[in-house]
Design a protein around this ligand. Structure first.
Ligand code: CP
Ligand code: NVA
Length: 308
């Protein structure tokens, strides 16, 4: 069973294959309308369940459109409307769903839920975000970087802000694909040490630098994300904002990176909080290419999982 649960447990050669395939599929569709199917329709006759226990715009729509472009069908399910939300075990849900569908994508809270789904499903399971990781986002980010700037190996990526789930997947990617990653943010919001240590053990240079201006020196890519994630308690909002304000990505910070540095944000953004409008809409920003590439990257992830 080929699941796509996180970047660290997907072999580097497989990550590379997914990125190459995503780019090839994107190029093959150039100029077509969004609803036009791909020529080869590799998901013809396949049914994909998309389960959301948290809100989503990009993940939901890009998976749905991607499956249809590949000739398959989807059902989009809200966790709270399923028995899953009323006490049916994840294991039973996984075994039941596996009798109906060919592939499961789930966005959930605890990583344990994703793992249990994968352990008990007899079809592939894709991680559409947990509290700890967001691998599909990072596949889109890697694709976007490489489209604009070529191979990411050996480049310097700087994450400014909260060491959250998206940051964790970026750190895992540094370990798998051999680029440098610098985290800059307050010590209270550092990424989990286990992610940092695992990437270092694979040979990546992962640096923690409290001074954001120093951190971005030589950066090829500056990335940030919302200061309060969906699983964070709203009561933490003010404290987080106070701690993270020095790490806002603004024109001054971008000016301290390489002149051709890219800016990314997985979206949704709180404009003029974690990043200013001037940066989000400025010359370094590739945020909408990044959003588009969710579609192409995830199509390649689904093909990888299904072996088609
Ligand atoms: N970036 C991302 O996953 O967006 P959604 O929450 O809208 O799916
Ligand atoms: N860190 C954010 C990412 C949203 C796509 C969250 O988990 O809410």
């Amino acid at each position: 069973m080929t699941h796509f649960l996180d970047i660290a447990t997907t072999e580097p050669a497989d990550l590379r294959g997914i990125l190459d395939n995503a780019l090839a599929m994107k190029r093959a569709r150039a100029g077509r309308s969004k609803g036009a199917p791909d020529d080869d329709r590799p998901l013809d006759g396949r049914m994909v369940a998309l389960i959301f226990e948290k809100p989503s715009t990009r993940t939901r729509i890009s998976f749905d459109v991607g499956v249809r472009q590949m000739g398959g069908e989807t059902m989009v399910l809200s966790g709270k409307d399923m028995q899953l939300g009323h006490g049916e075990t994840i294991a039973d849900t996984a075994r039941v769903l596996s009798r109906y569908v060919d592939l499961i994508m789930i966005r959930t809270f605890e990583e344990a839920t994703l793992q249990e789904m994968a352990d008990y499903a007899s079809v592939p399971v894709i991680n559409g975000l947990t509290n700890r990781t967001h691998p599909c986002q990072i596949m889109a980010d890697l694709l976007t970087f490489e489209e604009h700037r070529g191979p990411i190996a050996g480049r310097k990526v700087v994450w400014s802000g909260d060491g959250n789930n998206v940051c964790a997947s970026f750190i895992q990617a540094a370990g798998q694909l051999g680029f440098d990653l610098t985290f800059t943010g307050p010590a209270t919001l550092d990424p989990e040490a286990v992610f940092v240590e695992a990437a270092r053990a694979k040979g990546a240079t992962v640096t923690i630098e409290r001074d954001p201006l120093k951190a971005v020196e030589g950066a090829d890519l500056v990335v940030t994300d919302t200061w309060v994630s969906m699983h964070d308690p709203q009561s933490a909002r003010e404290r987080r904002h106070n701690q993270l304000r020095p790490y806002q990505v603004n024109e001054r910070l971008m000016a301290a990176a390489k002149p051709d540095a890219l800016f990314m944000h997985c979206l949704p953004a709180h404009r003029n909080e974690e990043a200013t409008n001037a940066v989000m809409d400025g010359p370094h920003s590739v945020i909408f290419d990044e959003a588009e590439n969710r579609l192409h990257a995830q199509k390649a992830v689904m093909r990888y999982c299904l072996g088609v």
